[in-house]
Design a binder for this molecule. Sequence first.
Ligand code: GLC
Length: 423
Amino acid sequence: MLTTLKGSAGALLLSGASLTAPLALATEVTIACGPGGDSDMCPELAQQWAEQSGNRVNVISTPNDTTEKLSLYQQLLSSGSSDIDVLIVDMAWPGLLDDHLVDLSRYLPNDATEGFFPALIDNGTVEGRLVAIPWYTDAGVLYYRKDLLEKYDQQVPETWQQLTETARTIQAAERDAGNADFWGYSFQGRAYEGLTCNALEWVASQGGGTLVDDAGEVTIDNSHAAQALDLAASWIGSIAPEGALNHTEEESRGLFQSGNALFLRNWPYVWKLSQAEGSPVAGKVGMAPLPHGSQGESRATLGGWNLAVSRYSEHPQAAAELVAYITAAPQQKVHAMKMGRNPTIERLYQDDEVLASNPSMGELYEALRTGVARPASVTGDAYARVSNAFFNRTHRVLSGEETGTQAVEALGKELERIGRRGW
Ligand code: GLC
């Protein structure tokens, strides 16, 4: 059964009506995860677990927007609701939600996380408690139209400046050739977690740091960060539509996949979808590391999703088993091959079938190795406020309400205030 959870916790739809008759001793586990469909295989894998284990599963689809998903979880968890047993959680959230999550190592055998990237297991471990198991991992990448770069004799850009110029040139030429809706660059500019990911890439790849460094010092108030934000603001209305100010991953993919953008910044899941039957850009897309600033190196923000069990679950054992099933190697392999979701188990990057299904998996491994983490571990339960402050300030710069310099100065003060008593 698939129900939808959106808006507020009050809108939680858990209609028992369509449930099949209870099986003897079967436990019903409710999992809140992705929307399924084009996006991930959560509903399908959860159903498989139910069939194989003789339990029942209720899949709740949550909002696509990462920030909305977080507020929904915060409402539910702070009320101690037992409505949800398993949750899909962003890799940036273990330190925010850990008080509400069980220690999975109490329920699972020791080898449940064997072969996983140690850094991802560390990310899901808070104060010695394994609160989340990594399911798939993400890093920002640049998609480009190889046919158009060839047509206009242009190179894949290595710097943001080159991206800006190439986008401008080809956008003008394509518009002259009759496509009035064509844009140079598509990215996620809405005021939400995705903008934090984009802006961190601009800033870090211009040598402007990561907002808060590993020692907990606020570092954002610097001229490199200001320049990076100013350059991004110059894109709005010139190489990117005003609408980008409200784009999340899927809207930005839509613009690119419809054939109306030259470059796209997004996560690896776009690859398979862009090559799918009926995609107007199938066979015309290339993937490259993100550009860097004039003063830095390419930095892809690290992302990805974990599965966790709510502390308020009435069935933590069955819930933990569902988590272990979905995140186990055979299921991760299918997820990688069918949906291009990057495994969190290292050996799958050497698996011939995985590599054959997605030739860029090897390159992605490199982006994952050198990626930049959001300052989530160091800021712990203040991370949501840190990220909110960053994406809101960045959004103001993109909207032309503030300059980069004003924004980083104000943001520096705001972050100092948030972290005043230590993180
Ligand atoms: C992707 C990433 C996730 C990030 C989100 C932002 O889903 O995997 O870590 O927070 O995008 O929109």
